[in-house]
Design a protein around this ligand. Sequence first.
Ligand SMILES: NC(=O)c1ccc[n+]([C@@H]2O[C@H](COP(=O)([O-])OP(=O)(O)OC[C@H]3O[C@@H](n4cnc5c(N)ncnc54)[C@H](OP(=O)(O)O)[C@@H]3O)[C@@H](O)[C@H]2O)c1
Length: 280
Amino acid sequence: MPASQPRLAFHDGHTIPQAGFGLWQVPHDVAAASVAAAARAGFRLFDGAAAYNNEDGMGRGLRDSGLARGDYFVTTKVWNDHHGFDRTMKSAEASLGRLGLDHVDLLLIHWPCPKDDLYVDTWRAFIRLRDEGRATSIGVSNFDAQQIDRLVAETGVAPVLNQVEINPRMQQHPLQAEMDARGIVTQAWTPLGNGLSFDAAPVQAVAARLGITPAQAILRWHLQRGLSVLSRSVNPGRIAENFHALDAGPLSGDEMAAMVALDERSRTGPNPAAISAPVR
Ligand SMILES: NC(=O)c1ccc[n+]([C@@H]2O[C@H](COP(=O)([O-])OP(=O)(O)OC[C@H]3O[C@@H](n4cnc5c(N)ncnc54)[C@H](OP(=O)(O)O)[C@@H]3O)[C@@H](O)[C@H]2O)c1
C-alpha cells in the first residue's frame, strides 16, 4: 500500500483522497463485504448514494473495517426525486440513518434535473446541512459550469466538487478546465468506461511498458490528469488491482497525449440535460 495516499484540496479547507471506491450497482447483500475488502486493499474514500439502495451495507462495511471514523471519507448523494429544500433535508437524514453516521464528509446533488428547476432550493438545504455539521463539504454531480455559476450567483456558495462521467471515450477536458478555473475538484465516474478501451493501442502500450493491467493504465491516466477517480468491483482481486494503480509509474508526456486520441465524446451513461425526476 502506498505510504501516504494523495489527497486533493477543496476550496473550503477540507481534503479528499484522490482514489475512491464506488458502490453503484453493488448488490445490497454484498455491499458490506465489498466495502470491507476495499478498506483492506487501502481505499479510504467510499462513494455511495441514496439511489444505490445499499447505504446500510456500506455503513456496516465501514464499521466492520475497524477503521476509525476520522480515517475514512464518506460521500452520499440526494436522488432526483428528493430535489427541493424539505425533501433534501429528509433525504440526507435518512441516508445518515442508513449509514449509521452522524455526518458524511461530502454530500452531492446526484443530477441537476434542469427541467424540474429545483436544484437551487436543493442547494440551499445543502448549505443548511453543512452549517449543521451533517455534511462536512457539499458538492454536485453531473452539473455543467453554467448550473454551478447559478448556484453561486443565487446562494454565494460554490460546490467543492463535481462528479461526472469521465473515461477514455468521454474525456471531458473542457469541463475539467472550467472546474479548475473555479477551484472545484473534478471527480470521474465510470472511469473504466465499461472496458471499451482496454484493447486500444495507447492503453495496451502503457500497460505493457509499465507491466500493469489495462484497467490500472486507465486509472493511472485519470490520477495523472489530477482527477479524483472512483472505481468499483465486487471482486477482491480487482479491488486491490484498482487501488494499486496509485503505485504505477507515471505515463510519459507522449503517452498522455496518445490517450487524447481515444476521446469520442461518447457517454456510457445518460446526458445530464435529459434527466429529470419521476413524476411524484
Ligand atoms: N454520479 C453519478 O451519476 C454516477 C454514475 C455512475 C457511477 N458513479 C459512481 O462512480 C463509481 C465508479 O463508476 P463504476 O461503478 O461505473 O466503476 P468502474 O470501475 O468504471 O466500472 C465497474 C465495472 O468494471 C468492472 N471492473 C472493475 N475493475 C476492473 C478491473 N480491474 N478489470 C476489469 N474489469 C473491472 C467491474 O466488474 P466486477 O465488479 O466484476 O469486477 C464493473 O462491472 C460508482 O460505483 C459510483 O460510486 C456515479
